[in-house]
Design a protein around this ligand. Structure first.
Ligand SMILES: [Zn+2]
Length: 206
């Protein structure tokens, strides 16, 4: 049936939730915000961080996956005021992460970058091409951003390190290290670039 409003109706009515209900078991959910506010009141009643400086005291920026199992400060022994932490799905070096690192280095004095990706990442479970086709079919629009899914977290860390070496907006590159965090035992495993993977640095010596 050729309903002239059919196209508009399709665009304005995302079908993702309906599809998820078909394919996933029913989920009970209670919003947490009221509990969070009660917790914040308890936190503020015993607050001791009022003298911290805006510049991270370890001159350190961490880029980590948003995974809920990773307490980035705890796994690295950090305290409030020690480091910037920039998180997204996968801990990917996106334009927005570069924006934050540029500010972090130029205005807030950080000189070291630590990348934390991890095993069992949600991005390992999604096929990027299928995801884009699915979104366009359901929403009528392709995402203008990349999902940045991957299969090997170690390769993904190398990719992220390489992106940092290649951007002109992150000027301090002498102390960049990348790790895969194992969600089964809490240990970090370092990932290093091979010589052929390390792009030449602008202005670097012979
Ligand atoms: Zn992840």
């Amino acid at each position: 049936m050729n309903d002239p409003l059919g196209t508009v109706h399709h665009v304005l009515t995302p079908r993702a939730s309906a599809r998820q209900e078909e394919t996933q078991p029913a989920m009970t959910f209670t919003p947490s915000t009221d509990d969070l506010l009660a917790a914040n009141a308890r936190y503020a009643s015993d607050f001791h961080d009022d003298a911290l400086q805006v510049q991270p005291q370890r001159h350190l920026a961490i880029v980590a996956c948003m995974d809920s199992r990773i307490d980035a400060f705890a796994i690295l022994g950090l305290s409030n005021g020690d480091a910037h932490i920039i998180r997204n799905a996968g801990g990917v070096i996106t334009d927005d992460v570069i924006r934050s690192l540029c500010l972090s280095q130029r205005f807030l004095g950080t000189r070291e970058i630590v990348l934390v990706h991890h095993t069992d990442c949600g991005l390992q479970k999604v096929d990027e091409a299928d995801f884009r086709v699915e979104l366009e079919a359901e929403l009528g629009v392709r995402p203008w951003w990349s999902l940045e899914s991957f299969s090997d977290p170690y390769a993904d860390v190398r990719q992220s390190i390489q992106r940092l070496y290649m951007t002109p907006f992150v000027p301090h590159k002498d102390h960049i290290r990348g790790f895969v965090y194992d969600v089964t035992d809490g240990l970090l495993h370092e990932v290093t670039l091979g010589d052929q993977e390390r792009p030449p640095q602008p202005g670097a010596g012979s």
